[in-house]
Design a binder for this molecule. Structure first.
Ligand code: NAD
Length: 359
């Protein structure tokens, strides 16, 4: 029997190609996987009438672990993003976004080794919004104005920022546990508690309290704007960064940019009962079906999944093999070449084969 049954969602666009490359590399580690292939996105919509079918969700719930390729968000209103849907349905509260310099990838910074832990379900992203000019917005504005010294203009659209002690505690605990398990030395809580005293103030208060339970790990906090500046000036002073949803969305992309961008940036969404790993890039439709997309971000997401499963040795082997192929510079996809010349580039499958040879 396979050691791990993993729900594999190839996705669409370049998704099936980078997913196949990832699957072949993970199979070549020697670990035994059973891939429970499931649909989500436009193919699923055509066949089942749902972008995120219940069978796909049930598979992840049963297996507890998923690996997902990118999915095109259909244009037009009424479609909930599959990614947001997955996070909410499976309560995947932690978004894990490591950013590490890979030799041979063009980037402005050297020697970056940061991990952003983003809260995934609360803050301004919970989807509690009221459009301007609606009667709901008008009622809420008049309630607020009756209670608040600061007045909200009647013409405003409203988004609610909500932060709970429970949500803050579990994300900060996740960051500290991650730090402990992965030999990290420091956790920094990122916030804007000087301005948003109640919501971000609560997050910071909980973070300070959680930190007292981890005396082996250094703790500090930074205001988010200062954090961005310091990441540009002295990134070596930081290690694991934990923050509410909106700041996490922005800072995790900042960190991805520091190490070379979309093609090499993995991610994971983790909850109490399930976890889904995925590259942060989209379905890159112009490259779909051409066997030319860069598989590294999905492969590194696969390595993150291995770490999550406790397969640290196999994860390190995959990461080292990826780095060896990128730094050798010959068997890489067009986007990893300085000249971006597709005629000299390796295909997706050739790059995967080169990585397997290095395992
Ligand atoms: P994108 O990430 O697909 O593409 C941005 C740029 O990066 C393009 O130039 C693309 O060609 C390039 N690129 C991205 N990944 C690459 C790879 N692996 N190899 C080589 N080049 C790569 O972003 P977009 O164009 O804004 O979005 C396209 C579609 O993907 C949209 O429908 C969007 O909603 C969806 N999307 C999905 C996810 C997800 O499923 N997690 C994330 C982002 C965007």
């Amino acid at each position: 029997m396979a050691k791990y049954t993993v729900t594999l969602i190839p996705g669409d666009g370049i998704g099936p190609e980078v997913a196949a490359a990832t699957r072949s590399v993970l199979d070549a580690t020697g670990l035994e996987f059973e891939w429970d292939v499931q649909q989500a996105g436009s193919d699923a919509l055509d066949e089942t009438g749902s972008l995120l079918p219940e069978t796909t969700l049930a598979s992840i719930r049963k297996n507890g672990i998923g690996l997902k390729g990118p999915i095109t968000t259909p244009v037009g209103s009424g479609f909930r993003s599959v990614n947001v849907g997955l996070r909410q349905e499976l309560e995947l509260y932690a978004n894990l976004r490591p950013g590490r310099t890979i030799k041979g990838v063009q980037s402005t910074f050297d020697d970056i080794d940061l991990v952003v832990v983003r809260e995934n379900l609360e803050d301004t992203y919970a989807g509690v919004e009221f459009d301007d000019g609606t009667s709901d917005a008008a009622e809420i504005i008049s309630e607020i104005n009756a209670r608040s010294k600061k007045q909200v203009p009647a013409s405003a659209a409203i988004s609610i920022k909500m932060i709970t002690p429970e949500g803050s505690r579990r994300i900060v605990e996740y960051a500290f546990e991650y730090a402990r398990k992965n030999g990290r030395k420091k956790v920094t809580a990122v916030h804007k508690a000087n301005i948003m005293k109640h919501t971000d103030g609560l997050f910071l208060e909980v973070a300070q309290d959680v930190a007292t339970g981890y005396p082996d790990i250094e703790f500090n906090d930074r205001i988010v704007d200062n954090m961005c500046m310091q990441l540009m000036q002295k990134p070596d002073q930081y290690d694991v960064l934990v923050m509410p949803n909106l700041y996490g969305d922005i800072v995790s992309d900042l960190v991805a940019g520091m190490v070379g961008g979309l093609g090499v940036a993995p991610g994971g969404n983790i909850g109490t009962h399930a976890a889904v790993f995925e590259p942060i890039h989209g379905s890159a439709p112009s490259h779909a079906g051409k066997n030319e997309a860069n598989p590294v971000a999905m492969l590194l997401s696969g390595a993150l999944m291995l770490r999550h499963l406790g397969e640290t040795e196999a994860a390190t082997r995959v990461e080292s093999a990826v780095e060896a192929v990128i730094s050798a510079g010959t068997k890489v996809t067009y986007d990893l070449r300085a000249d971006r010349d597709p005629s000299k580039a390796a295909s997706t499958t050739e790059m995967a084969e080169a990585i397997i040879a290095e395992l």
